[in-house]
Design a protein around this ligand. Structure first.
Ligand code: NAD
Length: 482
């Protein structure tokens, strides 16, 4: 047990032991076996990474954007070559299946590819003769030092939403990955180094809330990109803003999937099951509540229940596994409490899967609840586990009202053959990412990832042109030549 590696920070282009810091165990969620120990970096450790990033900033911002984009292309090739290593690392430390992990790495690569288009996306604007002989130029310049704080559920993809875009815009960067999945971040740091990013431009600081709080208060950090749970997002947003930083904080979710009576159940049910139970429900785009517009309830629940009973739960690296473990034992305990609360509040358990008997990992049985009422806690709170609730309503109007009463507004989807219903849904639903016959409506990286309501704090979203705006400051130059 004691020979598990102790992870190091990556600061100023060098691996740096974090002497004197407490260590946290990093277990494999599939087996409970110890994979590594991760240091809880302190303010002093954050400070040395910020100092390196600040030193690197003046030279990096003056590198022509086409050369910065070439570094991004080099990184893309290295990530492509290491894609399988990265996916296996995600399987090991996060517990999602290899197919899910490979998909998440691909989505990360997509964000890197978008970053490489910076010579076009960073262009400003020019207007001749705003008054006679006077011209106006709008420039985009980097913000400075950017910190990225990331969650456990996408160990590769979410850091890649942030670092390549921040860097290509001319900023220097500090990544504070989730302490629950620090190993893939270490592979990414190695790849940034191999891609030739100068020392100090990309830094990795391991740790938990203490490191985050040091980041939020550090005067040397100009902008913070955060993805994680709602309470942390609110804390990050308010604290970083109070310290004068630009912040985007992507938060939790409770996504509604509306199923109309005319839906193609044959194809909709697999999409709903994949949305709710894929990655053990540990996805911010996971479908969590099905709103069944009667009379679709009975046939829908019957088919969903059949599918849920057949989900194979097991170790993430086993070929037969449909649903892997959840991230930690304490998270499993919380999900089991939610399941108990659903039963106590009077929901019907329409199907309950089984957990594997052999491995000592963190397994939760997939559960399908029927006859859930909108006011029940399981219908309102983010469970972030393999639990799906069915609410039955008489009309599309009521279905939309149920979804819109939720305090989160990340994603929502409708399953229907009726274009008019789909259009009305897309128009009225108060969620930023909307699917029509799509269970996980994840925008491609050249579009923004747009949570609404309690799912997002800030104004400029991650990825797409919003990210270019977030990672740059505009400057307007007014010129007259005598
Ligand atoms: P989390 O909030 O526990 O942790 C996120 C990050 O914040 C980690 O780096 C962690 O070290 C740090 N952190 C945790 N507690 C903190 C505290 N009290 N003070 C300061 N920093 C703290 O989130 P998680 O459990 O890792 O991730 C799952 C959550 O992320 C879910 O709620 C999910 O919906 C959300 N998520 C949202 C999106 C999105 O795009 N909206 C995407 C992925 C995940």
């Amino acid at each position: 047990m004691t020979d598990a590696p102790v992870l190091e920070n990556y600061v100023d282009g060098a691996w740096t032991p974090v002497g004197g810091a407490d260590l946290l165990d990093v277990p494999d969620p599939s087996t409970g076996a110890l994979l590594a120990r991760v240091p809880r970096s302190r303010a002093i450790d954050v400070d040395s990474a910020v100092a390196a990033a600040r030193r690197a900033f003046p030279a990096w911002r003056d590198v022509p954007v086409a050369d910065r984009a070439r570094r991004i292309l080099a990184l893309r090739q290295l990530i492509e070559a290491a894609a399988e290593e990265l996916a296996r690392s995600v399987v090991r430390e996060n517990g999602k299946t290899i197919g899910e992990a490979r998909g998440s790495v691909r989505r990360g690569i997509e964000a890197v590819e978008f970053a490489a288009s910076a010579p076009t996306t960073l262009q400003g604007a020019f207007l001749e003769d705003v008054t006679p002989g006077v011209d106006t130029t709008l420039l985009r310049q980097p913000v400075g030092v950017v910190a990225g704080i990331t969650p456990f559920n996408f160990p590769v993809m979410i850091p890649l939403w942030m670092a390549p875009l921040a860097l290509v815009c001319g900023n220097t960067f500090l990544l504070k990955p989730s302490e629950r999945v620090p190993l893939s971040a270490a592979i990414l740091a190695r790849l940034f180094g191999e891609a030739g990013f100068p020392a100090g431009t990309f830094n990795l600081v391991h740790g938990d809330a203490a490191a985050v709080n040091a980041i939020l208060e550090h005067p040397g950090i100009d902008a913070v990109s955060f993805v994680g749970s709602a309470p942390t997002a609110r804390h990050v947003y308010t604290t970083a803003a109070a310290h004068g930083k630009r912040v985007q904080a992507l938060a939790g979710a409770k996504n509604h999937l509306i199923v109309m009576p005319d839906a193609d159940l044959e194809r909709s049910v697999p999409a709903i099951v994949a949305s709710a139970f894929g990655q053990s429900g540990e996805r911010c785009l996971a479908g969590s509540v099905v709103v069944a517009v009667e009379p679709v309830g009975d046939p829908l629940v019957e088919r969903l229940a059949e599918s849920v009973r057949h989900l194979a739960m097991g170790p993430a690296d086993a070929a037969a596994t449909d649903v892997g473990p959840v991230i930690r034992a304490d998270h499993r305990a919380r999900i089991l409490q939610w399941i108990e609360s659903g039963v106590a509040e009077g929901a019907t358990v329409a199907a309950r899967g089984t957990v594997p008997e052999g491995p000592a990992g963190f397994y939760v049985p997939p559960v399908l609840f029927d006859r859930v009422r909108p006011e029940m806690a399981i219908a309102q709170e983010e469970i972030f586990g393999p639990v799906l609730s069915v609410i039955r309503v008489p009309s599309l109007d009521e279905a939309i009202q149920v979804a819109n009463r939720a305090r989160f507004g990340n994603a929502a989807a409708i399953f229907t053959r009726d274009g008019k219903a789909a259009r009305e849904f897309a128009h009225r639903i108060e969620a930023g990412m909307v699917g029509v016959n799509i269970g996980v409506p994840a925008p491609a990286a050249y579009f923004p990832f747009v949570g609404w309501k309690g799912s997002f704090y800030g104004d400029l979203h991650a990825t797409g042109r919003d990210a270019i705006e977030f990672y740059t400051r505009k400057k307007v130059v007014t010129t007259r030549w005598f």
